[in-house]
Design a protein around this ligand. Structure first.
Ligand code: FES
Ligand SMILES: [Fe+2]
Length: 353
């Protein structure tokens, strides 16, 4: 018998702060796509949890990441969003930095007040890309992106890469839910028949194989798996929920990547990027113009149910529930990963309960 996580881990600010400082920093976060940073000087800025970041394509063509924060008095280099610049000019008093992070100019400042300019460059963050997706990590000691992805690249190798597909745009959605509420939901197919009626009627849940992958800490849904002898299904697909907040949906004819950004204890922002191959979709009788709307409908249905669950978790009434090893093996694994990540906090609480 498996008990669910205690409700307070889904809505209390202290837990979210602990996660920011002890969990999120050591992971890689999908924050954008390479196509949006194609030319030298193209940048993308955003707040990742509490950290302001800017990623830029430098003159040599490499991606560079920095905290979006001036060394003078913490002014912003750029506003959130995408843009293009040759150098960074702080929006507060105009200090100028190269795309490499080097301090170039502190207008009107006495040289001895700046100190050693080599020590006053922008603060770097790690940035790496894979399959057209741009990731950042704030912990210098964390493994590199390839190690973090684990078995994902070998699964992705069964499908087309993003550079062989048409880019169909980006969707953003805010949800009043904790990232774990959304994670719990994303790791199981038990809810499909109730929550996704259109999707549920078009797929057979028993023909989906769900596995937990320790190498990369993710749950994989092999939707081309057939439980019977007849393995003649034309299409193949694979869905992934990677701890803590990366979703990848591979199909013969399409791909989308989704990042779940925890903004607060009860708030996430979901960003999702879509690609498709119209010819391959047509070969399976699918109009690729329908792929993104259908996918967004499923996401909307998930967000709606998660917001209602979140409200109930935050009520303080929920005494804790049960998880099924056959219906919810992925959610069981996800909650194990949460328990491991929150180790000390949970142990102290549950040990004393
Ligand atoms: S804070 Fe950036 S120039 Fe003053
Ligand atoms: Fe769902």
């Amino acid at each position: 018998m498996s008990a669910t996580l205690p409700h307070r881990y889904y809505h209390e600010t202290e837990i979210y702060s602990y996660e920011c400082n002890h969990v999120f920093r050591s992971h890689w976060w999908l924050i954008g796509i390479e196509a949006a940073l194609a030319a030298p000087g193209d940048y993308l800025a955003l707040n990742l949890m509490k950290w302001p970041l800017v990623i830029i394509r430098d003159q040599a063509g490499d991606l560079r990441g920095f905290y979006n924060l001036c060394r003078h008095r913490a002014g912003p280099l750029v506003l959130d969003g995408t843009g293009h610049c040759r150098d960074f000019v702080c929006r507060y008093h105009g200090w100028r930095y190269a795309c490499s992070g080097e301090l170039l100019k502190a207008p009107g400042f006495e040289a001895d007040a700046v100190g050693d300019p080599a020590q006053m460059g922008l603060l770097p963050v790690r940035v790496q890309s894979w399959n057209g997706l741009v990731f950042v990590c704030l912990d210098d000691a964390a493994p590199d992106l390839e190690t973090w992805l684990g078995d994902i690249p070998s699964i992705a190798a069964r499908f087309d890469t993003t550079d062989g597909m048409q880019f169909d745009g980006e969707a953003r959605k805010s949800a009043r839910a904790n990232w774990k509420t959304y994670g719990d939901n994303s790791c199981e197919g038990y809810h499909v028949g109730m929550v996704h009626r259109a999707l549920g009627s078009s797929m057979q849940r028993e023909s989906v194989r769900i596995d937990n992958y320790a190498n990369g800490e993710f749950v994989g849904f092999d939707v081309s798996y057939s439980a019977g002898d007849d393995d003649s299904r034309a299409g193949k697909g694979f869905w992934i929920y990677k701890f803590p907040g990366l979703l990848l949906h591979f199909a013969d004819y399409a791909f989308n990547a989704e990042t779940v950004l925890p903004l607060a204890a009860d708030s996430i922002e979901i960003r999702r990027w879509f690609w498709s191959n119209a010819d391959k979709a047509a070969a399976q009788g699918i109009d690729n113009a329908t792929i993104r709307p259908n996918s967004e409908q499923v996401m909307d249905e998930d967000v709606s149910i998660c917001e209602l669950v979140q409200r109930n978790l935050a009520s303080g009434i929920y005494p804790g529930g049960r998880l099924s090893a056959t219906q919810e093996p992925g959610t069981l694994y996800f909650q194990q990963l949460v328990r491991a990540a929150l180790g000390d906090v949970l142990e102290a609480e549950e040990g004393g309960a």
